[in-house]
Each structure stands twice: as C-alpha cells, then as structure tokens.
Design a protein around this ligand. Structure first.
Ligand code: SDX
Length: 383
C-alpha cells in the first residue's frame, strides 16, 4: 500500500538553501538570517538580493541592483491596453496573473538555464509587478495609470503610482518592512506551485503566473483580505465572542489563524502587530485593531491549545487598510513581495531540476464496459 500524505503535510518535496522555519519555536530565517534582523535593519530590495544571490549585497552591488530595477519599472503600452480591457469588478489577483503571463510574451526566455536571462527576468518581474498592480487599481475606476518615478524608492514609487503622491517616510519604511516579512516562507502552497511549473523548465514569467494563481486562495495569501472583511463583519469588540461561537459552530475557519507549520504565534505576526500599533497610536474603541486584539485573546482561549494562533495574514491587512490601500489589493501587495522568494526557489529548482510528478492512490473502478448511448440509464446529475 502506497504512503498517502494529504496536502503533502510533512513531506520534503525538495532540498533548499533559501529559508527555514522552526514551527515550534516560531523562528523564520532567510539564507540563515533571522527575519527580526532583516526587518529591523534591512530593506526589501536588500532582502530580495539576499534571497536571489545568497548574500547581502555590498553597497555597490545594491546600487547596481536598484539601478537595474528602477530602469525596468515601466511596462509595455500593450500591457496597459490589456489591463484596460479587464472587467473592472474583476479581482486584482486575476488581473495580475493575466498581466504577468502577458509580460512573458514580450520577453521570451528560450533557455532558463542561462544565468543572464534568469537575472533579467528577475529584474523585470520585481520591478514591474508594482507597476501592474497600481495600474489595475487605477484603470478599473477609469483613472489613468501613473508612470513610475525613477527618483523614488521602491516603496515611495508604489504609493506614487497608486495615489499620485508620495507617502511620508515613516509609512514608506513600514510598507518596506512588511514586504520583507512577506518575501519568502519555505515550501508554502504558491512556492510549491511555482516549483512544479519550474520543474517542467517553463520560463520564470509562467512560473510566477502559476504562483500568483495559487496565492490568491483564502486559505493562503487571500486570507489578509478575508481578515479585514471578518473584522468589519464583527463590527465591535462586544460582538467578537458571538461571532466566533457562530463560526466555530458552523465549523468555519477563522481567517488569519492557524498554520501548517507554526504551532506558536507566527513571528511575522508579532512584528506586523507592533507595526500596526505604531501606525494606529490612538486606538479607538471599535477600531479594527482593537477588535483584532480581542479576537486574538478569544481565539487563544478557544483554540490556543491546538496551536491555532495568528499567522502573517492576521495583522498585515490592518496596516495596509490604515495606509489607504483597497482591501482587494492586499494579496497583490503580498505577491509583490513574495515574487522574490518565488524567483529564488524557481532558480534553485532549475539548477537541481527533477520533474515533479507524484503518484496517487486510485480508488475508482476498472474494466467498465462502454455502454451504447441508447442503453444508458438516466444520467446521474453531474453537479
Ligand atoms: C499563509 O504555508 C505557508 O507558509 C503560508 C504562509 C506563507 O507565508 O506563504 O504562511 C501564508 O497562507 C498563512 C495562512 C493564511 N490562511 C488563513 O489564515 C486561513 C485560515 N487558516 C486555516 O485555513 C488553516 O490554518 C491553514 C490552511 C492555514 C492550515 O491548515 P492545515 O495545516 O491544513 O490544518 P487543517 O486545516 O487540517 O486544520 C487542522 C485542525 C482542523 O480541526 P480538526 O478537523 O482537526 O478538528 O485545526 C483546525 C481545523 O478545523 N483549524 C482551524 C483553523 N485552522 C485550522 N479552526 C478554526 N480556524 C482556523 N483558522
């Protein structure tokens, strides 16, 4: 009898040098560096460089990397035209996935084992995702997209393309720190999805398009958006207990809680909670953050003993909400950061490739006869 591991829980699908998680201790390291160190002292672009090239960059290497990224922020007008054709009520993650797949059509990568081709695909994807995310956010409402401003940092430029104004430096720094925390997380579902695509030697744009589709789901990256809807549905601290009782009686998952690996509070949630508290100094009685604190306290009593605690998605949305970013844009922002980790794993896979093709346990029938249509019984409903 073959071994069966639902959701491949606990199964090592690859060997990697990129990041590690200790779910019992709540430790996350990128290339061996604790994320608390990177969040306190680093920048997202430094972190992306570390993930891609295994070392923190020297100042000249970082300068070169940043210059390359600034020069590649613009997107082809045909991609803007494509985004303009998308339904305005469509989800921004679908728009991003479509735009990334189209991006790859403009930059064919015939040989994914060519390091030069890999480097420039990484530069284009890291540099252009924010431009495409901001473009859809504006075009869907009939506003013109805003061209990137090469004089601004990565975070400042994203806010400029979204709001036509720069954020204050504290907000830009907090946004950058949040991107560091979202950049990488070992063998999560979207990274694994990208790896499967990479193992067929598909190009990096196609790999990232696969990963974006997987990140969208509410059990994964889509949870940050679902958390805000949950906190708004709860509406007040007095309603928290009733809400959780109803959800749990209906066996529904509480968004932003639980994790396949962490059985303690996600170390990223600890830092994001602190960022949220720094942003929302005057916590009003029924602010989303106040409600979130009560949800966390109530959940600890209910499910803490099962190791179901806040994950990265529980506090991140509150920060983006406070920054004025639309709720359905939270997961595209997650993708802007995670593209660094996805690319690092994609390139690692190319260099140690083995096609992913798992087995299954077949439980269906064998040797069924082909019945002529005249003699078939009433077709059972297919829905
Ligand atoms: C991310 O993998 C990564 O690293 C992902 C990520 C990353 O950086 O890439 O960290 C980002 O996706 C974070 C997770 C965001 N998703 C959510 O917040 C959605 C809510 N969470 C759950 O759906 C769930 O916790 C998962 C999907 C995250 C993990 O689920 P598992 O490991 O498959 O565990 P499970 O669903 O089998 O649950 C085990 C038990 C079940 O109870 P029993 O049937 O055993 O009685 O725990 C319960 C579950 O019902 N449970 C929850 C719960 N999460 C698990 N019960 C209520 N609320 C929850 N949130």
């Amino acid at each position: 009898m073959r071994d069966f591991f639902p959701g491949l829980a606990g199964v090592a699908a690859t060997k990697s040098h990129i990041s590690s998680v200790d779910g019992q201790q709540g430790i996350l390291e990128y290339r061996g560096i604790r994320i608390e160190e990177l969040a306190a002292h680093g920048t997202f672009l430094e972190t992306a460089y570390l993930l891609l090239f295994n070392e923190l960059p020297t100042s000249s290497a970082l300068q070169q990397f940043e210059n390359d990224l600034r020069r590649h922020r613009r997107i082809k007008y045909r991609i803007i035209d494509l985004i303009k054709c998308l339904p305005e009520h469509g989800h921004p993650m679908d728009a991003l996935q479509a735009a990334v797949a189209a991006l790859g059509m403009f930059y064919p990568t015939p040989d994914v084992r060519d390091p030069e081709a890999r480097y420039w695909s990484a530069i284009r994807l890291l540099a252009k995702l924010p431009t495409m995310v901001a473009a859809f956010a504006r075009l869907r409402h009939g506003d013109d997209h805003i061209q990137p401003n090469d004089n601004l940092s990565y975070a400042e430029n994203f806010f400029y393309m979204l709001f036509e104004q720069q954020p204050d430096s504290a907000v830009a720094t907090m946004f950058d720190t949040s991107l560091i925390l979202h950049a990488e997380h070992t063998m999560n579902a979207s990274t694994f999805s990208g790896l499967v695509t990479a193992s067929t030697l598909a190009d990096p744009y196609t790999v990232i398009s696969s990963a974006i589709g997987t990140l969208k789901g509410p059990l994964h990256g889509g949870a940050n958006e679902a958390v805000i809807h949950m906190l708004e549905d709860i509406g007040s601290v007095e309603q928290v207990s009733v809400y959780l009782d109803q959800k749990m009686a209906a066996k529904e998952k509480i968004m932003g809680f639980g994790h396949r690996v962490y059985k303690v509070k996600d170390p990223r949630a600890l830092i994001l909670q602190e960022l949220a508290q720094r942003m929302i100094k005057d916590e009003k009685h029924d602010s989303l953050l106040t409600i979130a604190h009560v949800v966390e306290r109530e959940m600890e009593q209910r499910l803490g003993h099962k190791g179901i605690r806040p994950n990265v998605d529980f506090y991140s949305g509150i920060i983006y909400y406070q920054m004025g970013i639309a709720t359905d844009m939270f997961t595209p922002v997650f993708a802007m950061a995670r593209v660094a980790g996805w690319l690092a794993h994609c390139f690692e896979q190319y260099q140690q490739n083995h096609l992913f093709r798992p087995d299954q346990i077949y439980e269906g029938p064998h040797n069924r006869p082909y019945e002529p249509i005249e003699s078939r019984g009433h077709s059972s409903s297919v829905t």
